[in-house]
Ligand binder design. Structure first.
Ligand code: ADP
Ligand code: MG
Length: 292
């Protein structure tokens, strides 16, 4: 590519859906050697679909799903949408939940029909003082297929598992090959489980995985890699990602990201996929060659 000026880069960037905060952000983008990306919504569609419902006790499968779905009416998480959609498709009735609470990075809790329900990962089961051990083997089998398995506890006892799968975006695999060709190490950071994360990473040739991270853990991971001498770009979309974006050498706000993510970012991508990062890196390199 021909060397170009910052102004030209900004103009070309905008046309390609890459908004550049300042010359420094672009210069740093040319130098980063490591890219951390979120799984849900960045590598994947972010629109998971219900795939499995398993009863582990006396409560029938459809009731397990109905209790889970009733709870998810209060949640805005992509996983909630998948469970509600699946419940509607299977025609199970949707009750109302009370005392709804979202537990960040773990799941949701509430009361449905006088019973206390918890829906989420192993950490949530531990947090409510429940025991997921009897369901872990079944959950692991689902995770190995790249699915996200969530436990359903009723009055503190494990009642079942619901699983969803989030399809990988069509553009992701090629974008990761391009990022590798550009000399970047690509690492996935996700709140999801290790096995699910590894299954997705293996399909995509992702170099490393940091799974089960709470939002504050993503910032700590950025700090850790920078302390080890890496130059880090971090891509994320949520309010929760803002601290990690701000801590990175280059924060990249993805797609329809929250305003607070955009404020913390050096680059903002209008499209939600990795192709924008490939373009941003090319622009950054072309611009840097001109400045040198
Ligand atoms: P990611 O970083 O991949 O976007 P999150 O941090 O949002 O993941 O969620 C981490 C895990 O917490 C999920 O994989 C799921 O097991 C559980 N979880 C979070 N929100 C919900 C919800 N509304 N319903 C069920 N499980 C949830
Ligand atoms: Mg997320």
């Amino acid at each position: 590519a021909t060397p170009i000026s910052i102004t030209t880069a900004a103009g070309r960037g905008a046309q390609a859906g890459v908004l550049i905060k300042d010359a420094e952000a672009l210069e740093r983008m040319a130098r980063v050697d490591t890219l951390i990306v979120d799984k849900t919504g960045t590598l994947t569609e972010g629109r998971p679909k219900l795939t499995d419902v398993i009863a582990l006790g006396d409560i029938p499968e459809d009731d397990v799903l109905a209790l889970a779905a009733a709870l998810e009416r209060g949640s805005e998480h992509p996983l909630a949408e998948a469970i509600l959609e699946g419940a509607r498709e299977r025609g199970v009735p949707l009750d109302k939940a009370t005392d709804f609470e979202a537990v960040t990075g773990k799941g949701v809790t509430g009361t449905v029909g006088g019973r206390s329900i918890a829906l989420g990962n192993t950490a949530l089961m531990q947090a409510i003082g429940g025991d997921a051990a009897s369901g872990e083997e079944k959950a692991d089998a689902l995770r190995t297929e790249g699915k996200t398995a969530m436990f359903v506890a009723v009055d503190g006892t494990l009642a079942g598992i619901v699983a969803v799968a989030d399809p990988i975006k069509e553009t992701t695999a090629a974008a990761i090959r391009d990022l590798h060709a550009q000399g970047l190490r690509v690492i996935m950071a996700t709140g999801d489980n290790q096995r699910t994360a590894e299954a997705v990473a293996a399909k995509l040739g992702i170099d490393d995985v940091r799974a089960g991270v709470l939002p504050e853990g993503k910032k700590a991971f950025v700090d850790e890699l920078r302390a080890a001498g890496r130059s880090v770009a971090m891509a994320g979309d949520g309010v929760n990602d803002a601290p990690a974006l701000a801590a990175a050498d280059v924060g990249i706000a993805m797609g329809t990201g929250a305003d607070v993510a955009v404020e913390s970012a050096g680059l903002t991508l209008l499209g939600g996929d990795l192709t924008g990062i490939v373009r941003a890196r090319k622009l950054a390199k072309a611009t840097l060659r001109n400045i040198k």
